[in-house]
Design a protein around this ligand. Structure first.
Ligand SMILES: NC(=O)c1ccc[n+]([C@@H]2O[C@H](COP(=O)([O-])OP(=O)(O)OC[C@H]3O[C@@H](n4cnc5c(N)ncnc54)[C@H](OP(=O)(O)O)[C@@H]3O)[C@@H](O)[C@H]2O)c1
Ligand SMILES: [Zn+2]
Ligand SMILES: [Zn+2]
Length: 474
């Protein structure tokens, strides 16, 4: 029997989605492999869909997590790309056939033999387990170099959320057309990074969200130019026919009608969200406006590296709430309610055994007060696009929330109208503070150094979280 490495993580064991401690094995480090000590792992909505078997193909026990950053602790004899001590990232995929025409185009993410980081079968026939765990073993091809100026915690979500929005922006022609208008539907983990990329590519960015709760942050912190509350008929109407592109990150069933209505002629609606039921495709606005609806799934390894390097150059990171592993179930509950700013990231080292868990105080469930701000969109003119007569924004948006989720529907219906105008003072992306000076080129980078730097950041995050009204730690 092949030698194995002991691993410890948190797994969902049934469709309740509740995660609990789980001991398991990883394969021994092979010639092409690197073993990575996981330091941080982001919590993607796909982790939640999978943990609850919402897509219907979860194979329990499931250790989620596909946004991880860590340090290399072992390298196989053929590994040239990495050395022990390197800071690296692992995203959504850990294997593909590497020989098909799709892989040859560096699009491993679309390979028919793609191996997902969790809930898949690896090339050796073993089941893959994700990054809510202390170590992982990955073929060097699927391991990413992590830019030295990107912190490990707020950088981790780039490995899924980042590439998932970067790739379609590139493929569908959004990166070299500054001044064009991008709508971002759903301001969660993917959406908030899409706003940052949009601004880095010189686009005018409008957030489309269900309430005004995230408006101030969207404009003043994330850099969006405008914000549309999808429950306000006046705002919907003024946005009709104003957008060149929309990235739809909505995680639940929703109507595409209003989104198609926002597009100009020839506009493109790109869906990356993965609701558990099919969406209806309204044909009339599509046909009459020569519009396009497309999709996109994460990105290939080469493009993911390119995206990380781009983020290093432009100081793009995710806005995060740092949690301990034993806080994951509460975090999942909040994620289901879109109550996260904007990605939970697990500090994997903060807790490593059940004994420690028992000694920890309970998760503090403080909530931010609702934003007091009232906003109206500032989406500019709508003269370029035909106004589809069949599009009734009020009727369309009444089905925006999931029809299966009465609460979502209710919150949509009961939202208030907004009257004042939020102006973005400057459309420039503010680079995040960069207090981390870890060089990936340092061959013998010591784990202790990384720990120290991360400790400093953690302290900083805690203070920021508390300032915003959340208490993340005790
Ligand atoms: N294609 C890919 O490669 C890929 C990769 C990663 C994730 N995904 C999928 O993308 C989706 C988003 O992931 P995420 O991690 O960004 O999730 P997230 O953080 O939960 O964000 C999703 C956002 O969608 C909006 N939303 C949620 N429920 C809604 C409803 N009932 N009606 C209307 N809007 C709703 C919310 O925005 P507001 O509060 O602003 O309304 C929420 O913040 C998930 O389905 C995930 O599985 C796809
Ligand atoms: Zn993901
Ligand atoms: Zn292939």
């Amino acid at each position: 029997m092949a030698a194995t490495q002991k691993a410890f993580g948190w797994a969902a064991k049934d469709a309740s989605g509740v995660l609990s401690p789980f001991h398991f094995s990883r394969r021994e480090n092979g010639a092409e492999d690197v073993t990575i000590k996981v330091l941080y792992c982001g919590v993607c909505h796909s982790d939640l869909h999978n943990a609850k078997n919402e897509w219907g193909f979860t194979n329990y026990p499931l250790v989620p997590g596909h946004e991880m950053v860590g340090t290399v602790t072992k390298t196989g004899e053929n590994v040239q790309k990495f050395k022990v001590g390197d800071r690296v990232g692992v995203g959504v995929i850990v294997g593909s056939c590497r020989t098909c025409s799709i892989c040859e185009q560096d699009l491993e993410n679309y390979c028919p033999k793609l191996v997902f980081t969790y809930n898949s079968l690896d090339k050796d026939g073993t089941k893959t387990y994700g990054g809510y765990s202390d170590i992982i073993v990955v073929d060097q091809h699927f391991v990413l170099r992590f830019p030295e100026n990107i912190p490990s915690d707020s950088g981790a979500p780039l490995l899924c959320a980042g590439i998932t929005v970067y790739s379609p922006m590139k493929y569908y022609g959004m990166i070299d057309q500054p001044g064009k208008h991008l709508g971002v539907a759903g301001l969660g983990g993917l959406g908030h990074v899409a706003v940052k990329f949009g601004k880095a590519f010189g686009l005018k960015v409008t957030v489309i969200s269900r309430s005004s709760e995230k408006a101030d942050e969207a404009i003043n912190k994330l850099g969006a130019d405008a914000f549309i509350v999808s429950s306000d008929p006046a705002q919907l109407k003024s946005a009709l026919g104003t957008m060149d592109f929309i990235i739809d990150t909505i995680a639940a069933v929703h109507s595409l009608d209003p989104l198609l209505g926002f597009l100009k002629m020839n506009g493109k609606l790109i869906t990356v969200g993965l609701p558990n039921k099919p969406l209806e495709l309204p044909i009339f606005p599509l046909v009459l406006g020569r519009k396009l609806v497309g999709g996109s799934d994460i990105g290939g390894i080469k493009e993911t590296q390119e995206m990380l390097d781009f983020c290093g150059k432009h100081g793009i990171t995710s806005d995060i709430e740092l949690i301990r592993m034993d806080e994951i179930n509460t975090a999942m509950e909040r994620l289901a309610k879109s109550d996260v700013r904007y990605r939970f990231v697990i500090d994997i080292e903060a807790i490593s055994s059940e004994t420690t868990i028992a000694q920890r105080p309970a998760y503090h469930q403080s909530r931010r007060p609702p934003h007091a701000s009232k906003v109206q969109n500032s989406t500019g003119d709508n003269t370029e696009s035909p106004q589809p007569h069949y599009l009734d924004p009020v009727a369309s948006w009444s089905s925006y929330g999931s029809p299966h989720d009465p609460k979502a529907h209710k919150s949509f219906e009961s939202s208030t109208a907004h009257t004042s105008k939020v102006q973005r003072p400057s459309s420039e992306q503010k680079p995040p503070s960069q207090d981390l000076s870890i060089s990936t080129s340092q061959v013998t980078l010591q784990t202790e150094e990384i720990k120290e730097a991360e400790q400093r950041r953690r302290g900083k995050n805690r203070i920021l979280s508390q300032k915003r009204g959340y208490v993340m730690r005790h």
